[in-house]
Design a protein around this ligand. Structure first.
Ligand code: IMP
Ligand code: MG
Length: 179
């Protein structure tokens, strides 16, 4: 069974649902009168994105991006290649990048730089999970679901070797799986 590969649940589906509802309320209030574009970073953010967008009650548009980072972990300020780019221009738009987890912050900083160069009206970051102890740059998300310790987690969209994304909560993966 898939769950046998996990040590314990870190964030339950009830906790996820409650926090996502709060984030949706906060974003709806902060962007009242505007129509932000929510950018889903594939693949990891897809579950969080689906829940977050439905917790927002102002008009939004959605777009999708897939980034693969070069030398993330090794090269600070690493560059990013877009395996899938946005469909639409973000010039003058209020952009919210929706990310699954921020670890070193290198991938997301590079992605944010690419987006900023396209001259949006504003750019913010909303992440479901944040591992602040792992950060290698000053990157801070504007909206954070949960700060978590330095553990490898799976589920709620997050994978290890493409598996476990379909678990409905956030679990700590057993060390024996990846060691
Ligand atoms: P970084 O912030 O550039 O180090 O990269 C963050 C990316 O690494 C995330 O978008 C995830 O794809 C992946 N990642 C980091 N920590 C975890 C984890 O605990 N579980 C699953 N994926 C992770
Ligand atoms: Mg990711």
């Amino acid at each position: 069974m898939l769950l046998d590969d996990t040590d314990r649940v870190l964030i339950t589906k009830e906790q996820l649902a409650a926090r996502v509802a709060e984030l949706g309320k906060q974003i709806s209030a902060d962007y009242a009168g505007k129509t932000p574009v929510l950018v889903c970073t594939l693949k990891g953010a897809f579950t969080f994105f689906a829940d977050l967008t439905r917790a927002i009650d102002i008009p939004v548009t959605t777009d999708f991006v897939a980034a693969s980072s070069y030398g993330s972990g090794a090269v600070s300020g690493g560059s990013v290649q877009l395996r899938k780019d946005l469909d639409n221009s973000i010039l003058g738009r209020d952009v919210i990048i929706v990310e699954d987890i921020i670890d070193t912050g290198i991938t997301l900083q590079a992605l944010a730089d690419v987006m900023q160069a396209r001259k949006p009206n504003s750019l913010r970051i909303c992440c479901c999970l944040d591992k602040p102890s792992r950060r290698r740059n000053g990157l801070k998300a504007d909206y954070v679901g949960f700060e978590i310790p330095n553990e490898f987690v799976v589920g709620y969209g997050l994978d290890y070797n493409e598996l476990y994304r379909n678990l409905d909560a956030v679990y700590v993966l057993k060390h024996s799986i990846y060691e």
